[in-house]
Ligand binder design. Sequence first.
Ligand SMILES: Cc1ncc(COP(=O)(O)O)c(C=O)c1O
Length: 309
Amino acid sequence: MIDFPPRLDLARLPTPLTRLERLSAEFPGVDIWVKHDEMTGVEVSGNKVRKLEFILAEALAQDCDTVITCGGVQSNHCRATAVLAARLGLRAHLLLRGERPAELSGNLLLDHLSGAGITCISQADWHTHEEYGRELQREYERKGRRAMFIPIGGSDAIGLWGYIAACEELREDFERTGIEPDAVVAATGSGGTQSGLLVARELFGLSARVLAFNVCDDAAWFERKVRRDVAAWSERYGIGFDAENLAVDTIEGYMGPAYGVAGPEVYRTIAGTARQEGVFLDPVYTGKAFNGMLSGEARSAQPTRSNAS
Ligand SMILES: Cc1ncc(COP(=O)(O)O)c(C=O)c1O
C-alpha cells in the first residue's frame, strides 16, 4: 500500500485504455493499446494535470496564493497551471520562452483569459529563467504574498507522484483487461512522466519496461534528470529507493530536427493513426514517440503497449 501525499481532485480520471485494432493487425505479434490522457479534461488536458494534482495540493498546504511556472509560449503545462490556478482562486505567473506575439492565440490566449500574469523571456536569456522565477518569488513575498515556484513541466519531487498515481491506474487497467504489457511507451520532455512511471514500476512490481522517446535533449540528460528527481523524491518523502539502479531507457533518434519541429515521417504517423484509429497524436510529443515505437528499433525492444499521454 502506497501512502500518497495530499492530492487535489482536478483531472477527469480514470482515462480510458483502448486497443488500436487496425494498427495492431498491421504489426503481427504486436498489440498496441493507448492510455488516453488527452481526456483528463478539455482545458487542462494532457499529462500535466496529473502532476498538478499533487503540486497544487502542496501549494495550498503551504498557504501559497500565487504559483510561478515556466515553459514555451504555447506550453501545455503553463496553460494547465493557469486554468487550475484560476479554478482554485490562486494567481498564476507564467515565464514564457520567446517573444510575445502580436496576437494572442491557442494556449497563450487561454493563459491570458485565465488571468495569469505573463512575462516573456527571450531565447537568448532563457538560461536565467529559473533565477528570474526565484527573484519573482521573493518579490511576491516582499509584497506580502506567498508564491510557489514550479519548475518546467512540473517535473520535480512532488510532481513525480502524478505518474506514480497514473501507473496505479494503469495497473488496474491491466487487471481489468487481462493484459500483461512488455512495455509502457511515452514521450519524455522534462522527465517527470518518465521518472514517475519508472518509480511506480518498482513500487508496484510491474514487469513492463518503461521506454521513453526524447523530444529534446539527449539520453544522458534524461539519465541525470530522472536520477536527480527520483533521489529528491526519495529524500523528501523518506522513501528508501535506489535511484541509481533504475533502468532509465531513453530511446534517441526520433526527435527530428528540433524540439517542437517534426519531420515528414512524424506527420505521416499522425495522419495514419488519425485515419486508421480516429486517434490524434501531436507533432511535439506523442507523434514522435509513437513514430519511434512503430519503428524497427522500438519493435526489436518489443514494446506492446503505448501510453499516449
Ligand atoms: C502529450 C505529452 N506527452 C509527454 C510529455 C512529456 O512529459 P514530461 O514533461 O513529464 O517529460 C508531454 C509534456 O508536455 C506531453 O504534453
